[in-house]
Design a binder for this molecule. Structure first.
Ligand code: ADP
Ligand code: AMP
Length: 211
């Protein structure tokens, strides 16, 4: 039976990094609403045009838009292991996910809570660099590209995300505490806490042992 997992945690906790490892090593599919929204913004779709100003300010994009996006995505979903990365982020989104999964005959197996303090989140987000070409994620100190500022995979120059600037980072952390943290109670016994402040292989070992 295919597994369904939610990655819950603040921005910068390493959810995307761990999703990539699980995709490579355990054949998971990653569904990141952040990545989908950035694609929509880049392609200037109606969703992207509506979402951009929320994202620029570090606010959550309205639930209706996110739920519609996920519903569309789940229409054509193969019977594979799935990680929801950065979704749900509100109780309303979590309720929508519950009914969607029920309709698809899938159960939620685990919610991995990435535990990390705000100071480390700020260090990770302010040093994050991404490859505009292939989406690879780096960090100026923890995981720099091998050749200065160019992607190891495709040699494109890496860049800082607009919302990884100091002022926006603070908003995103606040939004996490006020709007997303209540999901820990919502999911109750399904939550497995992982110490996300460890190095990425240690975090991976913990998550893969849970799954
Ligand atoms: P999220 O998807 O939760 O926003 P990312 O996976 O993009 O977080 O990671 C945020 C930043 O922290 C990136 O620059 C990434 O390279 C770095 N990072 C991720 N995991 C670790 C880790 N375990 N130790 C140190 N740095 C990490
Ligand atoms: P992320 O890449 O997950 O850090 O998301 C980047 C931005 O996209 C967030 O700051 C929000 O503006 C928006 N976003 C991503 N996922 C969601 C979601 N599930 N609900 C609302 N907004 C989201």
């Amino acid at each position: 039976m295919a597994k369904t997992v939610v990655f819950l945690g603040p921005p910068g906790a390493g959810k995307g990094t761990q999703s990539s490892l699980l995709t490579e090593r355990m054949s998971f599919i990653q569904l990141s609403t952040g990545d989908m929204l950035r694609d929509a913004v880049r392609n200037q779709t109606p969703l992207g045009i509506k979402a951009k100003s929320y994202m620029d300010q570090g606010k959550l994009v309205p639930d209706e838009l996110i739920i519609e996006l996920i519903e569309e995505k789940l229409e054509s979903l193969p019977d594979r292991n799935i990680i929801f990365d950065g979704f749900p982020r509100t109780i309303k989104q979590a309720e929508a996910l519950d009914s969607l999964l029920e309709r698809k005959g899938r159960a939620l197996d685990a919610v991995i809570l990435f535990k990390i303090d705000d100071e480390e989140v700020i260090r990770r987000l302010s040093g994050r660099r991404v490859c505009p070409g292939c989406g690879a994620v780096y960090h100026v100190v923890y995981n720099p590209p091998k050749v200065d500022e160019t992607c190891d995979r495709c040699a494109t120059k890496v860049a800082q995300r607009d919302d990884d600037k100091e002022e926006v980072i603070r908003n995103r952390i606040e939004v996490y505490h006020s709007q997303t943290w209540p999901l820990v109670d919502y999911y109750g016994h399904k939550v497995v806490v992982v110490d996300a402040s460890l190095d990425k292989e240690s975090v991976y070992n913990k998550i893969s042992s849970v799954l």
